[in-house]
Design a protein around this ligand. Structure first.
Ligand SMILES: [Zn+2]
Ligand SMILES: [Zn+2]
Length: 98
């Protein structure tokens, strides 16, 4: 399987979105069942991730949540993810609001 690493972009206008988890960071933790990583998910970024960012890819159906630092969450250009990053679905009806 493996995830597609290239061609991701930040979804705009998601700051007022909410889910039952309380935060998108918590949503990522709940869905991935993993511990919060020490590095941001963007390739080459070693900052501490502070939030769960909504990202999308033209080749992937649906939006995903990844751990991102504040700076990467503001990127307007397309970016590449680190290999091995865990993406969780941003679709609440299949997860925390099911
Ligand atoms: Zn949630
Ligand atoms: Zn970053």
């Amino acid at each position: 399987m493996g995830i597609k690493a290239e061609g991701w972009g930040n979804k705009k206008g998601t700051s007022n979105r909410e889910c039952n988890c309380g935060s998108w960071k918590k949503h990522w933790l709940n869905e991935s069942k993993k511990s919060w990583p020490s590095n941001c998910s963007k390739k080459g970024c070693t900052s501490n991730p502070v939030l769960g960012a909504h990202i999308y890819n033209a080749d992937v159906t649906g939006e995903r949540i990844v751990p991102f630092c504040d700076a990467c969450n503001k990127l307007s250009d397309k970016f590449t993810l680190n290999g091995g990053v865990t993406l969780v679905s941003a679709n609440k009806t299949n997860s925390c609001e099911a």
